[in-house]
Design a protein around this ligand. Structure first.
Ligand SMILES: NC(=O)c1ccc[n+]([C@@H]2O[C@H](COP(=O)([O-])OP(=O)(O)OC[C@H]3O[C@@H](n4cnc5c(N)ncnc54)[C@H](O)[C@@H]3O)[C@@H](O)[C@H]2O)c1
Length: 369
């Protein structure tokens, strides 16, 4: 089988971390009966410079023709003019919308050797293994009206949180299916005591839970969820939330394990690719880190773990994904650290060296099979 992978390296450290992730991807499929065809395309700031738009038509067309997309990050001070009509981040938002990527997954898994990097006590974060699924294309970020206007008592502003039953059901259904492949627990997050859209959300979640009797199900109000996530994160497996609640909870969850340089993400659509799985966009959760770009200091592990998610969720290659995860864990266990993970002075490992270490471990694992 041949699969088309679109590579969007982006700006800043994007090209550096994606470069390492690509080498890991190529290695892990070396002996597998698949061909990965990689194509590069511009997005973000450098696309603005070269083509006058943050999402060129050709990039969008290639994305629509791909089985999966691997991305770095976009943005940087060069393109920060708030008056500009187009900005690097617009390209990414437009791409997600155009591809209908409605489910944003952020797995958060603690690593024993890095417990000290978390702002929380080790006994709270040790053993955390959860996924937050944020609904990505609906809710208050897209509902109309969304405007400032003149009201009877002066200026006023309005935002609208709108969800159709179908939009709620598709993201929760995906959550239940994912929970079935994990520890079989699903927490649905809403604000049903106040918001109508949340009451519909809760109704749909509770109805669907009857279809997934093997999954332990609970509803949580978003305010208490924010507290539970910090106090007892180990109790959670799959957490599903609407767009804005998910936006806030995913950032909160990302600090549990300490460094952004470790956290991958996937944004999945409804459309199925030639492998029979969902088309997805895979990217580290961090930005383009302009402060360290071009210095070989970036941590490539989040990008490498994003490549592992690509194999699992868009190509159905779970064994290969697990090999990458095991190689990353082995490198950390051996004490190798980029600066963001506490690596200091001459002992700090650079981006390229970190990628090489992961590939070395991967080779060993592949030979041991
Ligand atoms: N999805 C995306 O493309 C995305 C996401 C967030 C921010 N951004 C953009 O990135 C630019 C910089 O944003 P920011 O500084 O707020 O966030 P950032 O994530 O780029 O950086 C925050 C801090 O974390 C460090 N850091 C981030 N990733 C790292 C890695 N892999 N290894 C080592 N250190 C790492 C950076 O050096 C910086 O000190 C902005 O233009 C922003 O809009 C893009």
């Amino acid at each position: 089988m041949a699969y088309k992978i679109l590579v969007l390296r982006g700006d800043g450290i994007g090209p550096e971390v994606v470069g390492e992730a690509l080498q890991v991807l190529k290695l892990v499929v070396r002996d597998a009966p698949v061909d990965l065809e990689f194509k590069d395309a511009p997005i973000g700031g450098h696309a603005l410079d070269q083509f006058g738009t943050s999402l060129p038509e050709t990039t969008l067309a290639l994305a629509k023709d791909s089985d999966a997309i691997l991305m770095g990050a976009v943005g940087g001070p060069k393109w920060d003019n708030p008056q500009a009509s187009d900005r690097p981040e617009r390209g990414l938002l437009a791409l997600r919308k155009e591809l209908g990527l409605f489910a944003n997954l952020r797995p958060v898994k603690s690593v024993k050797e890095l417990l000290a990097a978390s702002p929380l006590k080790p006994e709270i974060v040790n053993g955390v293994d959860l996924v937050v699924i944020r609904e990505l294309t609906g809710g208050i970020y897209y509902g109309k009206p969304s405007e400032q206007r003149q009201g009877p008592g002066g200026r006023e502003a309005v935002d609208t949180c709108l969800y159709t039953e179908a939009e709620i059901e598709r993201v929760l259904r995906y959550g239940f299916e994912l929970a079935q492949t994990r520890r079989k627990r699903l927490t649905s997050v809403d604000k049903a005591n106040v918001m109508s859209s949340s009451r519909l959300w809760r109704e749909v979640a509770t109805r669907l839970s009857a279809e997934f009797k093997d999954v332990h199900f609970e509803n949580q109000l978003v305010d208490s969820m924010a507290m539970h996530l910090i106090r007892r994160p180990r109790d959670f497996d799959v957490i599903v939330a609407e767009n804005m609640f998910g936006d806030i909870l995913t950032d909160e969850a990302s600090v549990l394990v300490g460094s952004m340089g470790l956290l991958p993400s996937a944004s999945l659509g409804e459309e199925v690719n030639s492998a029979g799985f969902r088309i997805g966009l895979y990217e580290p959760i961090h930005g383009s880190a302009p402060d360290i770009a071009g210095r070989d200091e970036a941590n490539p592990l989040a990008a490498i773990l994003s490549a592992a998610m690509l194999l699992e969720h868009s190509l159905g290659m779970r064994a290969e994904a697990e090999q990458i995860q095991a190689a990353v864990e082995a490198v950390i266990r051996d004490g190798h650290r980029t600066r963001d993970l506490g690596g200091a002075g001459p002992r700090a490992v650079g981006c390229k060296a970190m990628g090489r270490l992961v590939r070395d471990h991967l080779e060993n694992l592949m030979q041991a099979e």
